[in-house]
Design a protein around this ligand. Structure first.
Ligand code: PEP
Ligand code: MN
Length: 342
């Protein structure tokens, strides 16, 4: 942390703040500038004394310099993490390709989608059985029946199942069927749920809240990591902005930004991130070019009749085209889309 003193702060105030910094077990390094003095507070402890220091006499502000997250940070683990779950490998040189319907609607719908995305080269299957819907009157998902269908689809195709859990009380149930537990955007800051999936141990796909900052996303991941689960993938799925031509604004800056700060793999969701079928493939390719470690894409046998998110879902043929394009871009950036063998 840097303690920035006000212009004209007295030597007595500066000495007092040096003493305070040292009382907290931090080393102080004072820089006397032309108009202001700053005290660098150096040590392992990060933000915890920030508020106290900020209310000290003659202090203008306290600026954190180390990231507030620890276990997620590159400072603590410089090498990139590869998350493996059944057929899925995500991170480092592996580009995980997760595809499937927004919601599980029937065995035929999900199994046919699983077979089609597998044939096109996907390495994981998505499908929501517990759906967090904006309206209580919308389809809420098939719940455990949906999980059973996902298990059948895994049996038929060998694809790892990625599915959402919306409540801490459902974690054990969903984990019995899932290879990856998805935490949705609406639940990114549901800390009891984060702790529960952290304790449970199944790999997690953590989606960024639509209005969450990067630090909030990383601190949410920190909850899962701290609870003992090292297998966390971060997912950018678009944020709320003033732009109304797209459902959400897909922030691809997240990929290089997060790669600089965390060892955790970064997955991009170009389906929710755009909200329009015709934008998905090109944004998927752009995400791969930016260095994404995975994609999660909505694919439906008949988008027109989908119970949720049909307007952003690809047909089987469209997904096949997406895969062909993303394979070329992946090649160019040194990533491979292959099933996990370990
Ligand atoms: C989903 O993946 O279907 C979903 C509900 O996503 P999000 O949580 O990003 O809105
Ligand atoms: Mn959806």
């Amino acid at each position: 942390m840097i303690v920035v003193m006000k212009q004209g702060a007295t030597q007595e105030q500066i000495d007092h703040m040096i003493q305070r910094v040292e009382q907290f077990g931090l080393r102080s390094h004072v820089i006397y500038g032309e108009t202001r003095t700053v005290i660098a507070a150096i040590g392992e402890k990060r933000d915890e004394h920030r508020n106290s220091l900020e209310s000290g006499p003659g202090v203008a502000e306290v600026v954190p310099i180390l990231a507030p997250y620890k276990v997620a940070s590159r400072e603590v683990k410089p090498d990139p993490t590869t998350v493996r779950a059944g057929s899925l490998a995500v991170g480092d040189s592996y580009l995980g390709m997760i595809a499937g319907p927004c919601s599980v609607e029937s065995e035929e719908q999900t199994v046919s989608a699983a077979k089609a995305v597998k044939a096109a080269g996907a390495t994981g299957l998505r499908g929501g059985a517990f759906k967090p819907r904006t309206s209580p009157y919308s389809f809420q998902g098939m719940k455990e029946d949906g999980l059973k269908i996902l298990a059948t689809a895994r049996q038929e195709t060998g694809l790892a199942v990625v599915t959402e859990v919306v409540a801490d009380t459902d974690v054990d149930l969903v984990a019995r069927y899932a290879d990856v537990l998805q935490i949705g955007a609406r639940n990114m800051q549901n800390y009891r749920l984060l702790e529960a999936v952290g304790k449970q141990g199944t790999p997690v796909l953590l989606k960024r809240g639509a209005s969450a900052t990067m630090d909030e996303l990383l601190l949410a991941a920190e909850y899962i990591l701290n609870a003992g689960n090292p297998n966390v993938m971060l997912c950018e799925r678009g944020i709320r902005t003033f732009e109304s031509h797209v459902r959400f604004t897909l922030n691809l800056t997240s990929v290089p930004y997060l790669h600089d700060r965390t060892h955790l793999p970064v997955v991009i969701d170009p389906s929710h991130g755009t909200g329009h079928t015709n934008l998905v493939t090109r944004m998927a390719a752009a995400a791969v070019a930016a260095g994404a470690d995975g994609l999660i894409v909505e694919v439906h046998p008949d988008p027109e009749t989908a119970q949720s998110d049909g307007y952003q879902s690809l047909t089987f043929d469209q997904f096949d085209e997406l895969m062909q394009l993303c394979n070329k871009v992946a090649d160019a950036v040194g990533k491979k889309i292959v099933p996990n063998k370990e």
